[in-house]
Ligand binder design. Structure first.
Ligand SMILES: Nc1ncnc2c1ncn2[C@@H]1O[C@H](COP(=O)(O)OP(=O)(O)OP(=O)(O)O)[C@@H](O)[C@H]1O
Length: 372
């Protein structure tokens, strides 16, 4: 765990065509994912989308129906969990209640037959890493939830695994503690250089922690990318709605050349690009790309404008957030900077944006699942 040889400590992971069936139900459907050595990869998705199944497959707790899994370039599908040398942390701490913190953390080393002197050194280092060195003689019941989770983390890293798997490790903790521990986990990842695979359904947590995020939906990976890529360049409406806030506009569509125009509430808007035939278009807009203008103010070239009424106005200190309702009853979310002209509930306004800032996507019923 010395700071000197960090990055090379992490193992690359290759999941190839992983499928897991329970009877006729397919929990994982041909999932492939490459994770770089030392990368922080988050598996993000709604409940039941296959994140935990993927993690359990890597850990060796669940067998694949078909597909392959390699860690550090070697297939490990045939290896039982206890021979995989992978650290695992779950949402529920699973510390041994009858052992002190020190004994809990030493346990994986005892299993590996390490002598007492080396064991003590490793335990001290792991407890130091999670800032729990002063608690070695306490029992789990004498610790808070956050402290227990830090001990669980120490126990998972004490044997220097090349890969650490975490399944919603902060899920049972309150928001403040969760946010603080997210930063701690980030620091520990940086200091260890181990490959981390982290499961969460919380998109903010995924953005804070990850080098890259794999977005799961119904047993498949919908898109893999950095938080910025998923936010700016979502490939599907599901991904667009799962990461960050957005407004979706729908209407009768017409394509001409490289542009698609939509009639929304009787007014025409334009988006770049076109979709395959048979796909219904949605125009997706992020709140910071939208602006409000006084009704009927002149519209610049390359701008779109829709009449709307302010239905909510929230002052956020750093700016304002508006909800506006269009004539067809649909709703848009706008984030305005401090300098922007303030509007009040009930004002009739124009909702404005640049054509280049709109994203044209195929409509997708499954995207509604993100709201549950
Ligand atoms: N042993 C099992 N037998 C039958 N179905 C299972 C089994 N384990 C998981 N499943 C199903 O597989 C699907 C994927 O489950 P998984 O636990 O991977 O989802 P998840 O994305 O981790 O969700 P959550 O955030 O709720 O844990 C779910 O529909 C689940 O009910």
């Amino acid at each position: 765990m010395s700071a000197s040889n960090t990055r090379e400590r992490g193992a690359a992971i290759d999941i190839q065509g992983a499928t897991k069936r329970y009877g006729n139900f397919t929990a994982l459907d041909d999932v492939s994912l490459h994770i770089e050595p030392g990368e922080f990869m988050t598996l993000l998705g709604p409940s039941g989308s296959g994140k935990t199944t993927t993690l359990n497959v890597v850990a060796g707790f669940t067998d694949l129906t078909s597909g392959d899994l390699a860690v550090g370039g070697k297939s490990i599908v045939a290896l039982p969990a206890h021979k995989r040398n992978i650290g695992v942390v779950f949402q529920h701490y699973a510390l041994f209640p009858h052992m002190t913190v020190g004994k809990n953390v030493a346990y994986p080393l005892t299993l590996r037959g390490m002598d007492k002197q080396a064991r003590d050194r490793h335990v001290a280092r792991a407890l130091d890493m999670v800032k729990m060195a002063d608690f070695a003689h306490r029992y789990p019941a004498e610790l808070s939830g956050g402290q227990q989770q830090r001990v669980a983390l120490a126990r998972a890293i004490v044997f220097d695994p090349p890969l650490l798997l975490m399944d919603e490790p902060l899920g049972a903790l309150d928001k403040k503690l969760r946010e603080w521990l997210q930063l701690e986990i980030k620091r520990i990842h940086r200091e260890l250089g181990t490959t981390f695979v982290y499961v969460t359904h919380d998109q903010e947590e995924a953005l804070v922690l990850s080098d890259r995020i794999a977005v799961f939906n119904q047993g498949r990976i919908e898109q893999v990318g950095t938080g910025r890529q998923l936010y700016d360049e979502p490939m599907t409406l599901f991904v667009a709605k799962f990461i960050g806030e957005s407004t979706s506009l729908r209407g009768a569509a017409e394509t001409s050349g490289s542009e698609t125009s939509l009639t929304v509430a009787g007014q025409r808007i334009v988006a770049r690009g076109k979709l395959a035939s048979g796909q219904k278009p949605v125009v997706l807009l992020r709140p910071e790309k939208l602006a409000l203008a006084s009704a009927n103010a002149p519209v610049a070239d390359g701008q779109n404008s829709l009449t709307a009424q302010v239905s909510e106005a929230i002052y956020l200190g750093s700016g304002s957030k508006y909800q506006v309702t269009l004539r067809d009853g649909s709703v848009a979310i706008v984030r305005a900077s401090l300098e922007a002209q303030p509007f009040s509930i009930g004002d009739t306004v124009d909702l404005r944006w640049s054509t280049v800032d709109a994203k044209l996507l195929a409509d997708d019923d499954r995207a509604d699942m993100t709201m549950t």
